[in-house]
Design a protein around this ligand. Structure first.
Ligand code: NAP
Length: 243
């Protein structure tokens, strides 16, 4: 596709469903060329792609396990130059601290934090040579406040915030902005295991009395992609929830 027909090249990780899929949609609707990373399934992503006018398909699927260095290297070599990287892929797990195994811990840190390092280091080379670029990381409210029964998830997401702030300082002089979004409870598969009682408590404790939608987070990502003077920031999109 010719460069003058799109506004920039975006790579979204974990774009097969939930927040990543909604980010993919909003960027494609805004005439960005989106490389949509998926791992295990692409049914919903295919549905979104076929919903677009085929003449104007701005979404290209790309398979990779973002916690695997070889997969990430192959994905970046397929995708080529990227202007905006959105590190969204992630997993969660609800477990009492004393039940978290070493395997749980390693998997949580690999998929939620190591992936951010791998994808960013691979994608940033072009941004450095171009002297501009945007990295947008999806952290979590639990990375800001800590979440009971999600110590490994909270640690990984707090790591994403530290990564964001440090890289923003290092990359600022090269014209690269690095920010993150810390969503509160968003209605996706990630929260489908929540019991009715837990969901009720969560809503009671959220001042806006509702869960967020993937579109709420996607709009924030689009804002950060278009903004020119924000870096090292954590955008809290959480309905006012701070437990
Ligand atoms: P989701 O619906 O469970 O989707 C997770 C996405 O990550 C899927 O596309 C999944 O791909 C992908 N993924 C998982 N492991 C991967 C891997 N190794 N390589 C590539 N992709 C992988 O979750 P979500 O709610 O949209 O969450 C998106 C991000 O927002 C996550 O980082 C999450 O921690 C964060 N977040 C979510 C909430 C919330 O309440 N939902 C709140 C705060 C932060 P497959 O389909 O192939 O499995």
């Amino acid at each position: 596709m010719k460069k003058d027909v799109y506004r920039g090249r975006v790579l979204v990780t974990g774009a097969s469903r939930g927040i990543g899929l909604e980010i993919t949609k909003i960027f494609a609707e805004n005439q960005y060329l989106v490389y949509a990373n998926y791992h295990k399934n692409m049914n919903e992503l295919n549905g979104v792609i076929s919903g677009f006018n085929q003449e104007k398909t701005f979404i290209i699927p790309v398979m990779a396990d973002v916690s695997n260095e070889t997969d990430v290297a192959e994905m970046i070599s397929k995708v080529g130059e990227i202007d905006i990287l959105i590190n969204n892929a992630g997993i969660s797990q609800f477990k009492m601290f004393m039940d978290i195994t070493e395997e749980d811990w390693d998997q949580m840190l690999r998929i939620n934090l190591k992936s951010v390092y791998l994808c960013t280091q691979a994608a940033i080379r072009y941004m450095l040579s171009n002297k501009k670029g945007k990295i947008i990381n999806i952290s979590s409210i639990w990375g800001v406040t800590g979440g009971a029964c999600e110590v490994h998830y909270s640690a990984a997401k707090a790591g994403v915030i530290g990564f964001t702030k440090a890289l923003a300082k290092e990359m600022g002089p090269s014209g690269i902005q690095v920010n993150c979004i810390a969503p509160g409870a968003v209605d996706t598969d990630m929260n489908k295991e929540l019991s009715k009682a837990d969901r009720k408590v969560l809503l009671e404790e959220t001042p806006l009395k509702k869960m967020g939608t993937p579109a709420d987070i996607a709009k924030a990502a689009l804002f950060l992609a278009q903004d020119e003077f924000t870096t090292g920031e954590v955008l809290n999109i959480n309905g006012g929830l701070y437990i």
